[in-house]
Design a protein. Structure first.
Length: 440
């Protein structure tokens, strides 16, 4: 009787368990990021300490801060023994571990939020291509059979991946410790074009970068006299001013973009964003009253250095070999320049057209006020976390650039028409006053 009750209780528990919704596994998976260069592949392994501790039979999760000092050398050897890349013909890559880091997350659904991050570089065997290779990963799954590793390609220039959108390529775990990677469908030209588009999109969506340049262009068709923007400059001088501003900005941002992308300089993102807002404020004040007339090229170059640090955020951590890094910088920078020239080409001709009109004074001053107000709002937002009520307006204007240019073109044509009409009427009245017979 008792035995029957025991079995009945077991069946009841089983039926209740079957009726409950399945719960997600509360132990995080490992994550692998691949940065594929021409001759080397950088790998970043994120392994939860709880799972890694079970595999090594060590209390790693109990004292995370002691993991690297106490067990770093053992973990190095463990990765060397359990992880490898192989070329198409089966030869192994030369693996070197660059560093071990700790990382903490705050996911309440996980039993452990402490991670070990392994940064490793693997050099392809002589003559082997990094387009096609195999991954052998037995880390953790040797003893934790339920563990899995998500694999992503984060950067692969040949296939247009620059780190902004990692592409998932597979799931590894017990019974599936080998994964073949085939990126042979890509090409360096395809990657170059993708980075070109990325650079163009970065400028197209970067209202602050555009605004700095446009604020400097507002007084470019004018000459300063007695501390005021008064005299319209000749067309050739206006074009020289334009060339100086664009060249200076290009030189500045290209320099820091290359240095930061190569990892030679690092600047805090928050400080860079605040300085970009300050650069807009300075250029808008200059558009209102000349601060550095004739020296715009130096201001454009100096603040261009700051803007280049912001551009480099897109390519941050690009630890590729020389060829891949050069191609990435070239494509991305040309995309920036192309879109920058497109913006200048759509705006500056209309500024040049209306420079002799009295209406241009109001266009210049209105543009300076608009840019300065936005700059102050951005400084407060980025430095002090104040809410910026103008963000929505900026997003609306950025989403309709052709409408903005059309309005500017309309104002330019109207001002030119008004100016020509006034000149015609003036000549007519002169003719009436001094040559009445010809007037009639």
């Amino acid at each position: 009787m008792r035995l029957n009750r025991f079995f009945a209780g077991c069946m009841l528990l089983l039926s209740i368990g079957a009726s409950l919704p399945a719960r997600a596994h509360d132990v995080p998976q490992s994550v692998m990021f691949l940065d594929i260069g021409r001759q080397t592949i950088d790998v970043e392994l994120h392994m939860p300490l709880s799972e890694l501790g079970l595999a090594l039979q060590l209390p790693l999760a109990a004292a995370p801060d002691a993991v690297i000092p106490q067990y770093g050398s053992r973990i190095d050897q463990y990765v060397q023994d359990g992880f490898q890349l192989r070329s198409r013909d089966g030869r192994t890559y030369d693996l070197s571990i660059d560093s071990l880091d700790l990382q903490r997350t705050d996911n309440i659904n996980w039993t452990s939020n402490d991670w070990l991050v392994v940064h490793a570089r693997l050099a392809a065997p002589e003559g082997a291509s990094t387009e096609v290779f195999g991954i052998d990963d037995k880390l953790i799954v040797q003893r934790v059979l339920s563990h899995e590793t998500l694999v992503y390609v984060r950067r692969d220039i040949r296939n247009g991946l620059a780190g902004d959108k990692p592409m998932p390529i597979g799931l590894m775990g017990f019974g599936k410790t080998h994964l073949d990677v085939d990126g042979s469908n890509g090409s360096w030209w395809q990657g170059f074009c993708q980075l070109l588009k990325l650079g163009m999109r970065h400028i197209a969506e970067g209202a602050d970068h555009q605004l700095f340049l446009l604020a400097l262009l507002l007084p470019a068709p004018l000459m300063a006299t007695a501390g005021r923007w008064r005299t319209p400059a000749a067309s050739c001088k206006s074009l020289r001013n334009l060339l100086g501003i664009v060249s200076g900005f290009t030189l500045g941002h290209s320099t820091t973009l290359a240095l930061a992308a190569a990892g030679w300089i690092v600047a805090p993102t928050r400080a860079v964003e605040v300085l970009i807002a300050v650069s807009i404020l300075v250029s808008s004040i200059h558009a209102w009253r000349p601060l550095f007339a004739g020296r715009e090229i130096w201001i454009a170059s100096g603040f261009g250095l700051v803007h280049g640090l912001a551009f480099a955020e897109v390519l941050s951590g690009l630890n590729f070999d020389g060829w891949s890094l050069t191609l990435s910088l070239l494509g991305f920078n040309l995309g920036i320049e192309g879109m920058q020239l497109a913006v200048v080409g759509m705006v500056f001709p209309w500024l040049l057209l209306m420079r002799t009109s009295p209406l241009y004074q109001y266009v210049r001053m209105g543009g300076a006020i608009f840019a300065g107000t936005l700059a102050v709002a951005w400084v407060l937002e980025r430095a002090l976390n104040f809410a910026n009520p103008l963000n929505q307006a900026v997003e609306t204007l950025s989403a309709h650039p052709l409408l903005v240019v059309s309005v500017l073109a309309g104002v330019a044509v109207l001002s030119r028409f008004r100016e020509m009409r006034c000149k015609t009427l003036f000549r007519y009245f002169i003719s009436v006053a001094f040559m009445p017979s010809k007037a009639w």
